[in-house]
Design a protein around this ligand. Structure first.
Ligand code: MG
Length: 160
């Protein structure tokens, strides 16, 4: 009755002339970034959806519609901070967030610690409560062909 779990998923297509931003961290060695209305931070978007899901608050599209000028090129970490506020207002604390990013290239491991710290800071929790995992799709499908990035997340909330 007290703990709640939510899942989130997001994907964005690669596009030239954009920075690659994941978990609020720019990945400078990426040749291309992700296309989207906001900064296209698929990892942060998946985590937002997981948190909203766990709190029974719908999804990211309900709160941050992509036809709203306020969210053009939005910094997704600022939106995550807003989601944290909604979750806390509902009487929940954030117990844990786990996530997986599927990206064929570049390798993201060197940026893991900064992503965890950036996400945890926005969520108001210690970095140990936020996990970020990376994988490729072994060359298969659209992720394997390097067409885009997919991200999944699970959030656990505890009633305060
Ligand atoms: Mg998105």
């Amino acid at each position: 009755m007290s703990d709640r779990t939510g899942i989130g998923y997001d994907s964005h297509v690669f596009a030239d002339g954009r920075p690659l931003i994941l978990g609020g961290v720019e990945v400078p060695e990426a040749e291309r970034g992700l296309d989207g209305y906001s900064d296209a931070d698929a990892l942060t978007h998946a985590i937002m959806d997981a948190l909203l899901g766990a709190a029974g608050l719908g999804d990211i599209g309900v709160h941050f519609p992509d036809d709203d000028e306020r969210f053009r090129d939005a910094n997704s970490i600022e939106l995550l901070d807003e989601v944290r506020g909604m979750v806390l207002d509902r009487g929940f604390g954030i117990a844990a967030v786990d996530s997986t990013v599927l990206c064929e290239a570049p390798r993201l491991g060197p940026h893991r610690d900064r992503m965890r710290e950036t996400l945890a800071n926005a969520l108001g929790v210690e970095a140990a409560r936020v996990n970020v995992k990376f994988g490729t799709n072994e060359g298969m499908g659209w992720v394997g062909r390097g067409e885009g990035v997919a991200a999944m997340a699970v959030a656990t909330l505890e009633r305060r």
